[in-house]
Design a protein around this ligand. Structure first.
Ligand SMILES: O=c1nc[nH]c2c1ncn2[C@H]1C[C@H](O)[C@@H](COP(=O)(O)OP(=O)(O)OP(=O)(O)O)O1
Ligand SMILES: [Mg+2]
Length: 203
């Protein structure tokens, strides 16, 4: 990212997989990006009804708690045959928060015996950046990654639903892709690229 040298942003996420991707995607030379937990920020309550609302809620919460510009990601997996579920509730699909194995088991059960056409899905990430908690002009960008849901998990990389998501154009799961390739192709990488373009336009 290209903002003033010496600047610090808080990354408003507690998800280790996302934080690792942000670290790689944001790279060196931009603002120092500090995960919210390192600054003592606890998770915001995700009360929104859309990815955009939740991304803004998380960014505003971290900006308020730290006094720093804040970057947040709200993301999820939307499955066509399930009318877009688990969607906004991807992290808590099976009840507890962030239990990837339980979430995957519930998803595979919901899609049991579905033919290929019913297994179309997309990852969606909305990233919001706020200068301060009352910033009236947040910068917001979305990324989408299309694919389908596999019949069983494959691979040990990535996080969340990656082992059951086969991106279009690839013969493997997202958890089997080299991390740099997932970052370049994936919803989060696409959203960050779009955000970066907007920030450059504002500079
Ligand atoms: O690249 C991904 N690969 C696999 N799974 C993914 C991905 N991106 C989002 N997902 C799924 C799992 C995650 O748990 C949920 C997001 O929920 P979401 O509330 O945005 O994140 P979270 O609660 O895990 O962390 P936080 O809110 O602190 O950023 O969607
Ligand atoms: Mg969350």
């Amino acid at each position: 990212m290209t903002r003033a040298e010496g600047e610090r942003w808080v990354i408003a996420s507690s998800n280790a997989g996302k934080l690792a991707e942000f670290r790689d995607l944001l790279g060196d030379g931009g603002p120092a990006c500090v995960p919210q937990a390192e600054l003592g920020v606890v998770d915001a309550e995700e009360t929104g009804l859309t990815f955009i609302e939740n991304a803004l809620i998380k960014a505003r919460h971290a900006a308020r708690a730290t006094g720093l510009p804040a970057l947040a990601d709200d993301s999820g997996l939307c499955v066509d045959a399930l009318d877009g579920a688990p969607g906004l509730y991807s992290a808590r699909y099976a009840g507890g928060h962030g239990d990837a194995a339980a979430n995957i088991a519930k998803l595979l059960a919901a899609l049991k015996a579905r033919p290929d056409a019913g297994r179309r899905a997309r990852f969606v990430a909305v990233i919001a950046w706020l200068r301060h908690p009352l910033d009236p002009q947040p910068v917001v960008a979305q990324g989408v990654w299309h694919g389908c849901i596999l019949e069983r998990p494959r691979g040990a990389g990535g996080f969340g639903y990656d082992p059951v998501f086969q991106p279009d154009g690839h013969d493997c799961s997202a958890a089997e892709l080299p991390p740099a390739l997932k970052n370049r192709l994936g919803h989060r990488g696409q959203a960050l690229l779009a955000l970066r373009r907007q920030l450059l336009d504002l500079a």
